[in-house]
Design a protein around this ligand. Structure first.
Ligand SMILES: [Zn+2]
Length: 268
């Protein structure tokens, strides 16, 4: 089986994880810029992070035959100080030129604060001006539905087309709103908390596979870089067709990400 993990934070994973993912059939990944488990103390910290995302991770992934791509932004967890965030954003134009960058992400909201919203709107304007694909982070737990609706309203105030925006971390109570408004939706799989492979299978059984993908969001915290293959096993156990599984874990990521000529699924 061949699959794509379209949202995983490999900067916090070991080389062994690349090996295990390759053995499980992963041929391509995309890594959104996010919080690295600590607040960076200067824009220079982001400069080095963007170098890591565009230089060292692609080289590390290539050792295992995995094509590495990334998304760049100031994540909402570190966007509480607009002056600092704008300084970091001034680095983006230069890095957007790099060959594995697919667009702007993961932008969005974390605590639904006013400052986060200001910086989200500035990222959206930036993406609109440069016709970039967008990958969106939605808040976890109790703020999720409210934050998801706020983000979709902010996007609706731009000329960004919904089919060029993926809204990630959807769950049972947000997926219908996201799909109804024409966006792509991502399910983030976690070992126990939030959306598990079992809940993702339930969501596919209710909503189908159109414009829906799944990812591991493997990062510095409790997470599982093999979450997508585990969901594949769960779907297979429930008797879903090879076509359904392939659509959710390979074809849908290819269709959305393939809107960037830089995306290479690596499954030829
Ligand atoms: Zn993430």
């Amino acid at each position: 089986m061949t699959y794509i993990d379209p949202h995983i934070h490999m900067v916090s994973r070991t080389t062994d994880d690349y090996r295990r993912m390759a053995l499980a059939g992963c041929t391509a990944i995309t890594e959104p810029a996010f919080w690295a488990g600590f607040d960076r103390s200067s824009p220079q910290g982001f400069f080095d992070y963007y170098r890591q995302l565009t230089e060292s991770e692609p080289a590390r992934a290539a050792q295992y035959g995995i094509n590495h791509h990334c998304w760049l932004c100031v994540n909402p967890k570190e966007a509480e100080d607009p002056g600092f965030a704008r300084e970091v954003m001034s680095l983006l134009p230069e890095f957007l030129e790099r060959s594995n960058v697919l667009g702007i992400g993961e932008i969005g909201l974390n605590k639904n604060s006013k400052n986060e919203m200001t910086i989200l709107e500035e990222h959206l304007a930036f993406a609109e001006e440069r016709d970039q694909l967008v990958l969106v982070h939605t808040p976890h737990l109790e703020d999720k539905r409210k934050g998801t609706l706020l983000i979709m309203d902010a996007i609706a105030n731009t000329k960004l087309k919904p089919d060029r925006v993926l809204i990630d971390h959807v769950e049972e109570h947000t997926v219908a709103d996201v799909l109804d408004r024409g966006f792509w939706a991502g399910m983030t799989l976690y070992p126990e908390t939030k959306c598990t492979p079992q809940r993702a299978a339930d969501i596919i059984e209710i909503y189908g596979t159109e414009r829906l993908w799944m990812n591991s969001a493997g990062d510095w915290g409790d997470s599982d870089p093999l979450a997508v293959p585990k969901a594949i096993v769960e779907l297979r156990r429930r008797g879903h067709s090879a076509e359904t599984i392939r659509t959710a874990t390979l074809e849908n990521p290819k269709t959305f990400l393939g809107q960037s000529p830089r995306f290479d699924a690596g499954d030829a």
